[in-house]
Design a protein around this ligand. Structure first.
Ligand code: ZN
Length: 159
């Protein structure tokens, strides 16, 4: 039997998100996240609060989004290894990435700082997704393409 660790609270996921939990606990939480839909939802909810911070602090938002993307990328890669035949997980990953990409795009558009993040996102993507060509990559590509489209549109329109 696999040892089933306890569920975590949303506050704990927020702390995890902010890098406020100690390494050992963070590892436990990550491991738990791979196997628990319930906590994955809490985690998504906890990361949503980053979007609230965005309204107050653009830099925090930029960093938050980048961290969010980076940690999701590494979770995705770990899951890739352990997934094997668990198809359900695959759809969950797609959905998770879609949520992050979509909310990031929306908020970047409204806050006008997508220039900065978009370029970073592209480099993160190129580094991290080379190995795993999946539907999520397509989604992220589309999001980036969309951002590019808006950016070029703005540039042309601005001059
Ligand atoms: Zn759980």
């Amino acid at each position: 039997m696999k040892s089933q660790s306890r569920h975590f609270l949303i506050d704990e996921w927020r702390q995890y998100r902010n890098g406020e939990v100690e390494e050992k606990k963070a590892e436990k939480m990550e491991e738990h996240l791979y196997n628990c839909d319930q906590c994955l939802n809490l985690y998504i909810e906890a990361t949503d609060t980053i979007l609230d911070i965005a309204i107050q602090d653009e830099m925090a938002f930029t960093n938050g989004v980048m961290e969010q993307i980076n940690s999701l990328v590494s979770i995705e890669q770990d899951r890739e290894k352990t997934r094997k035949s668990r198809k359900k997980n695959y759809y969950r990953q797609k959905w998770l990435h879609y949520c992050v990409a979509a909310s990031a795009t929306l908020f970047l558009m409204s806050s006008g700082i997508f220039d900065k993040v978009a370029s970073e996102m592209i480099s993160v993507q190129e580094e991290s997704f080379q190995e795993s060509k999946s539907f999520t990559v397509e989604i992220m590509n589309k999001t980036t393409g969309f951002i590019d489209f808006i950016m070029s549109d703005e540039r042309e329109g601005g001059k």
